[in-house]
Design a protein around this ligand. Structure first.
Ligand code: 13P
Length: 258
């Protein structure tokens, strides 16, 4: 079962090798005095930087994931990285369905679905990045379609991390409005409850200091609207920023008994 609170950073293709070498140990030092330590902290770096993060954050109890995976198993697929080798290295997660993969690299639902199944079959947890592409479009409609198409045949009881990341809120100065996030996280939990998966849900899309507290405030009494953590890119690259988000999420999650 995944940790109850998950706070992660996808470094996309931002990190240099030197930055990746520094990030893990600096994050570990920053949580050394925290009872929760590295529990639930994760990083999804680019492929060549995975061993670096496994040797630091991964060896200290944090989790490491890949940003992509081949739809094929090991074999004659030049340039591809199989789920088997990611699992062998020690990855716990593989991302699938990110709007950048769909928009820039043309990945369709079938490709996302194959990557989700390849990840689960190799014993890792897919991070499905779900959400509406256009501001104002129905999040529930988008989520229903993505859950149906991407999780068809998903193994019963397998681990899954759902990242609600509305495409229009990624790479912006501010995240999606907290009330919208809280409402949609509750919808994600409904969809999860309809399936036999051991899933957690996080919010991503310009997530930054203040985001988690604001979502929790917007959710109010209905704590089903509060995600199990956050998934950053830009605002997680800087260790001081990442650590301040870790402290905030842990404090607020503790207040609602997570
Ligand atoms: O795409 C993201 C994580 O997958 C989020 O990106 P930003 O945090 O830079 O908006």
């Amino acid at each position: 079962m995944l940790p109850p609170t998950l706070i992660g950073c996808s470094s996309k293709s931002y990190f240099s090798a030197a930055q990746a070498r520094a990030w893990g140990p600096e994050v570990m030092a920053g949580v050394a005095d925290d009872a929760a330590g590295t529990s639930g902290l994760f990083c999804c770096p680019s492929f060549p930087l995975i061993p670096t993060l496994l040797d630091s954050l991964g060896a200290a109890g944090g989790l490491v994931g890949a940003q992509d995976v081949s739809v094929y198993g090991p074999g004659s697929y030049t340039g591809e990285v199989s789920a088997a080798v990611l699992a062998e290295l020690g990855c716990r997660f593989v991302m699938a369905g990110h709007p950048e993969r769909r928009r820039i690299f043309g990945e369709d639902d079938q490709t996302v679905h194959r990557k989700v199944l390849a990840t689960a079959e190799a014993g890792m947890a897919p991070i499905i990045v779900v959400g509406e592409d256009v501001e104002g479009a129905s999040a529930a409609d988008a989520l229903n379609a993505q859950f149906d198409r991407w999780l068809d045949g998903f193994p019963a009881g397998a681990e899954l991390l759902v990242a609600y990341e509305p495409a229009w809120a990624i790479g912006r100065p501010q995240p999606a409005p907290p009330a919208h996030v809280a409402e949609t996280i509750a919808t994600v939990r409904d969809l999860i409850a309809q399936r036999d998966t051991a899933a957690r849900v996080v919010y991503g899309g310009s997530a930054q200091p203040g985001t988690y507290r604001a979502i929790a405030a917007a959710a109010g009494e209905d704590v089903t609207g509060v995600p199990d953590g956050l998934f950053m890119a830009r605002f997680g690259l800087d260790v001081a920023n990442f650590l301040s988000i870790v402290r905030e999420v842990r404090e607020v999650a503790g207040q609602i008994g997570r």
